[in-house]
Ligand binder design. Structure first.
Ligand code: IPE
Ligand code: IPE
Ligand code: MG
Length: 260
């Protein structure tokens, strides 16, 4: 995606010790950045607040991450907001999150339009509460004409469930005689994933220091560069994002080959 360098400079005008915009190589940007937004609960607990306060605070970081991605010219930003395992949390926390997704998405629609962002979802939306489901459909409908960055929100997403769903779909096609099982290849399976048509993530960022994938994009992250930030998600800023991209640019991606 085209970068407006003047806007980018303005956006990063406040100085920061760790990350330097001048070191950024605009010719080597990741196309697809994925983020596991983690640490909302711990952020709140350390302040003597309810976990829900951390989720509410995390919305501001997400808004900033969307804008940062656009300023950096990222093609696809995908974020993990709610996993298939997160249903195991206390009911009131699940309810709060589902309501927060709906209200936030509605509030952010003007930003998506202003930044020409197209919305997409990863996950089984049919299991969501009606309010959340309907707002998500409205978000999809209203942003489908935008042709800038794709912003994918993973909600009720789990990589294993996604792969099972793809396997079922291919099995159904085979059983119906549409497809010879011997013809199944990676490309065909990829077309059945929620990420169909998108490039694989180049950079995966996880906040709050945890060194695991927690069932996020297991297939698609095969060759992603991993970056873990110690910051809790509500504290994650544009500078932390820039730091992650600079780290990405310092890596030597080999894809199983040898160094160039
Ligand atoms: C991430 O923060 C948000 C969601 C999973 C919805 P957490 O709620 O997992 O926060 P921690 O990891 O417990 O601190
Ligand atoms: C991963 O975070 C899921 C999301 C960020 C939505 P979790 O907090 O649920 O992951 P674990 O339990 O620490 O692995
Ligand atoms: Mg967590």
């Amino acid at each position: 995606m085209q970068v407006d360098e003047e806007k980018l400079r303005q956006y990063f005008s406040r100085g920061d010790e760790g990350a330097k915009l001048g070191s950024l190589d605009l010719s080597r940007m990741p196309r697809h950045v994925s983020i596991i937004m983690d640490g909302n609960g711990r952020w709140a607990q350390e302040r003597g607040l309810e976990r829900s306060a951390g989720h509410v605070a995390g919305v501001d970081s997400l808004r900033e991450a969307v804008t940062t991605s656009v300023r950096l010219g990222i093609d696809v930003l995908s974020v993990y907001a709610f996993s298939t395992e997160n249903w195991n949390r206390p009911q009131h926390e699940v309810d709060l999150l589902m309501h927060l997704f709906a209200t936030t998405l509605l509030e952010e629609l003007p930003l998506f339009h202003q930044e020409n962002v197209r919305l997409r979802f990863f996950g089984d939306l049919t299991a969501l509460p009606k309010e959340t489901f309907e707002v998500f459909q409205e978000g999809l409908r209203s942003t489908q004409g935008n042709d800038g960055m794709v912003f994918a929100l993973a909600v009720n997403y789990g990589s294993r469930a996604e792969l099972v769903r793809a396997a079922r779909e291919l099995a159904r096609m085979s059983a119906g005689g549409e497809l010879d099982p011997n013809d199944i290849d990676s490309r065909m399976l990829e077309e059945k994933l929620y990420t169909a048509g998108l490039p694989d993530p180049d950079l995966l960022i996880r906040s709050s220091g945890e060194l695991r994938l927690s069932n996020f994009l297991l297939w698609q992250l095969a060759y992603a560069e991993l970056y873990v930030s110690e910051r809790y998600w509500p504290d994650f800023s544009r500078w932390d994002y820039l730091q992650a991209v600079l780290a990405y640019q310092s890596r030597n991606r080999r894809f199983g080959g040898i160094s160039a």
